[in-house]
Structures are given as C-alpha cells and as structure tokens.
Design a protein around this ligand. Structure first.
Ligand SMILES: Nc1ncnc2c1ncn2[C@@H]1O[C@H](COP(=O)(O)OP(=O)(O)OP(=O)(O)O)[C@@H](O)[C@H]1O
Ligand SMILES: [Mg+2]
Length: 433
C-alpha cells in the first residue's frame, strides 16, 4: 500500500513538472511568435547572454570562489583538494517587448487613451527602463473641493483640543495628481503666502491656524488688520492684534524677539544651536501676519520702520529659537517685503496673482517652470506651492476649511477651558464669521 501511494505521488509530481515545462515552452514560443523582427533579435541575444554568463562572469571578476575548507578537510585525513565552487551573480534578462513603443510614443497616445478609457487626463511616466506607468484621472484633483480632516461628514468639527503636536503633519491639500501635500511645523521654517484678493489665502491659512490651535506644544500669535483670519481664534490665541497702525503689532513682535533672547540661554544648557523639540513649557511660536503690506507700507514712516526692523530680526533669527513666521500679502513686491525678509521665508504658496512679476517674487526661476500663478483662470483655492523639501514647485489645491468651521472648532476649545480673552465688544460676530 505505501509503495502504491509513493508511486502515485511520483507520477503526479512528474506530470506537474512536465506540464510546467510544456507551459514554459509554449510561453517562450508564443513570445517568439508574436515578437517583431527587432524583438526576436533581442530575445536571441538575451538567451546568449544567459547561456554564456557562467563562463563570462568569472573572466570579468564578477564571481567568487567558494573554497573555504570544512573542518573535516582541514584536520581529517588528507584528501585530494576539491575543485572550488564558483558562485556567479544571478542574471535576469528581459528583451524589451516593443522597442518602438517607448515613453514618447505613450505620451503622444495620451489623448487617444483618455478618450478610449473615459479619463479626464492621463499621466505617463517611466519610473525605470522597460516600465511605463499610465495613471488615469477620472476627476481633476485640482477642481474638487477637499474636505478638511478636522471636520466630520456633516461639516461639524471632528477633532479635539490638544489632539496634535508640532511634529504632526498638517494636510495642506492635494497636488494635481491627488498626492497629499503636508506641512510639518516643527521641521519647517518661515513661509510666504501671496495672492490677489479672493484667491484663497485666508482659507489656506485657516487650516494652518486650526491645526496650530489644536497642537498642545504650539502658541499662536495672529496679527490681522482685516480681522477675518484672526477672529475665530481671538478667544484662544496666545497674542492677537487687529490694529491698523503698526505700533501694537510691533510691540507683539518685540515680545517675540525678547522671548528669542530668553531662549538663547537654552543653547548653552542644551548644547545645541537650534531648538528642535517642543513642549507645552517650551512651545513653538507660530506668528501669522495677514495683509502684511498694511504695516510695511503704512504712511507713518517711523512706525513702519520699527515694524520692519522687528520683522527682519524674527525672519532672520527666529527659526532656530522655535519661531515660525507666516506672512500673507496680496502683492509680494519689493516695497511690501524687502529682499532681506523675503529670502528668509523659504516655504512659498502663490495663489492667483495679477502679473508674472508678482509670481517671480515668490519663484525667481518661475519663467523656467511650466506652471504659473499669473493666470486669470486659476480657480480660488489653487496655488503654486513649494513647501518642505520639494525640489520643484507643484500645483496645490488647498483643503477647504471655511471660517464658520474655524469658529466651531474654537467653540470646542473654549468649552474645554482654553479661553484666554473675551471677544471685543466691537467685533461684529456676523461680519467676522
Ligand atoms: N481651498 C478652497 N476650496 C474651495 N473654495 C475656496 C478655497 N479657497 C478659497 N475658496 C473660495 O474663495 C473665497 C475667497 O477665499 P479667501 O477668503 O481665502 O481669499 P483671500 O485670498 O484671503 O482674499 P483677501 O485677500 O480678500 O482676504 C472663499 O470664500 C471660498 O469661497
Ligand atoms: Mg484673506
């Protein structure tokens, strides 16, 4: 009986091996049969390369001899030395199936593929030789409104105070391929957001302010002459100002600079030259100034210069002391922000602007890019952005966090006892919301 079953098993294995070999032969033949003349040459060549590899590899020094004597060989009775075992690296060959259909051929066929496959757009890339990736988009990520992860399906807040820390990624939006673009406050530096009126600056910054408010190791400082961006955070931010005259904001910036000086002592005790870890005791200071031109172009020259001096000190020195400066402006020109300040604002987000010069103020090599923000058709909420360690700027569709939702998030914070000041009697709630 056991003999019988062993025989049966052997038979099954033999049949399976034979079938496998047959399948392989059929596959090789089919590949050969369907290939064009050029590919057949490649297939033949690939086979020659594989067959000759064991001989060629040692000749080129691409092999090792495995001749380590075993214990028995070394100390046992002397036997004639065995021939060393030669190990060669494994070689895989693949004849490019269709040598004439390369990247450019696919790219040219893109429109036809879009129509045939019912896609809005197709993006063809070649991650490595011999592989083409065609990515079809049924919807344009730049056209869709992106709901904030801070809100639930019904639009009400789905977050809680203290939920985040400064090292958490903040989802700013999606690029044109639908890839999430995130910002990390702890690891990033200062930033500049520009854009014509109603282009979406405040909505973009709403996301930043909301996340920062929910971070337990971040203190928020908001200066905003238009009140729109600061109003929802008025009750909980560490410092706020809606002054039109630069003096009050200058006072706040001076406090930030004094705090920087206090922190300088930590460099001695911490044996470091940069604060990179934050806590409720040593928080990251996020300073957001909306419509900064209101202060830097204020008619009171002396006051304007005092403001600019503080601003420059923070822009050039603040990052290593744990300060992150975010400036918003409609016009990013040199009379609004000096080059000295601007060069320190390394993250750039440019919503729709009126002129190419405005765009070039944010992206000096913008003429070489194939994207621009000086484009009247650019929708609200879309920008050209370079944040984090991006090598080239991308198109960004910002997450849509409406100001009403910011108020609701702030209500939650106040209910958890985080309120530090009352709303001023002069704030017209309906207008601000
Ligand atoms: N990411 C977005 N998704 C959807 N809609 C947006 C987005 N960003 C902006 N919008 C729309 O555009 C409007 C204007 O945006 P926002 O208030 O942010 O402009 P702004 O650049 O701050 O303008 P201003 O310079 O006048 O303050 C919003 O009320 C909203 O309707
Ligand atoms: Mg605004």
């Amino acid at each position: 009986m056991p003999d019988n079953s062993l025989g049966l098993a052997l038979l099954v294995v033999t049949v399976l091996v034979a079938l496998g070999l047959l399948g392989w032969a059929v596959y090789c033949f089919a590949r050969w049969y369907r290939a064009d003349a050029e590919t057949r040459v490649s297939l033949r060549q690939a086979r020659r390369m594989r067959w000759g590899w064991k001989r060629l590899a040692p000749m080129l020094g691409l092999a090792v001899k495995d001749a380590t004597p075993t214990v028995l060989q070394q100390y046992g009775p002397q036997e004639p030395p065995t021939k060393p075992h030669v190990l060669v690296p494994r070689l895989h060959t693949r004849a490019d199936a269709l040598p004439q259909v390369g990247l450019s051929a696919w790219q040219e066929a893109g429109e036809g593929l879009c129509d045939a496959w019912g896609m809005r757009r197709i993006r063809i890339t070649q991650p490595k030789p011999g592989v083409i990736v065609a990515r079809g988009f049924r919807r344009e990520p730049l056209e869709a409104v992106i709901r904030s992860p801070l809100l639930g399906a019904d639009g009400s807040p789905a977050c809680r105070p203290g939920q985040f820390v400064s090292t958490d990624d903040v989802l700013l939006g999606l690029d044109e391929d639908g890839t999430p673009i995130v910002l990390n406050l702890a690891y990033s530096a200062h930033a500049l957001i520009a854009g014509a009126t109603r282009s979406g600056k405040s909505i973009t910054v709403n996301t930043l302010l909301a996340y920062a408010s929910l971070m337990r190791d971040v203190r928020l400082i908001v200066i905003d002459p238009n009140l729109a961006a600061v109003a929802p955070w008025w009750r909980t931010a560490y410092k706020v100002s809606d002054a039109i005259h630069p003096d009050e904001p200058t006072e706040i910036l001076r406090w930030v600079r004094e705090e920087m000086q206090r922190r300088e002592r930590l460099f001695w005790s911490g044996r470091t030259d940069r604060i990179s870890e934050f806590s409720p005791e040593l928080p990251l200071l996020l300073v957001v100034i909306d419509e900064v031109a209101n202060y830097t172009r204020h008619p009171d020259r002396k006051a304007r210069e005092r403001f600019e001096a503080e601003l420059l000190a923070i822009a050039s020195q603040g990052a290593k002391f744990g300060v992150r400066l975010w400036l918003l402006t409609q016009k990013p020109s040199a009379d609004v922000l000096t080059t000295a300040v601007r060069t320190n604002l390394s993250a750039r987000i440019c919503h729709r602007v009126d002129t190419i010069e405005d765009f070039l103020h944010l992206f000096p090599d913008g003429r070489d890019l194939d994207i621009t923000a000086a484009d009247r058709t650019m929708p609200q909420g879309v920008s050209i952005a370079s944040v984090g360690d991006m090598r080239t700027p991308i198109r960004l569709r910002s997450v849509y966090l409406p100001t009403e939702a910011c108020w609701q998030i702030n209500d939650l914070m106040c209910a958890s006892g985080l309120k530090v000041r009352e709303l001023p009697a002069s704030i017209d709630l309906d207008k601000a919301a």
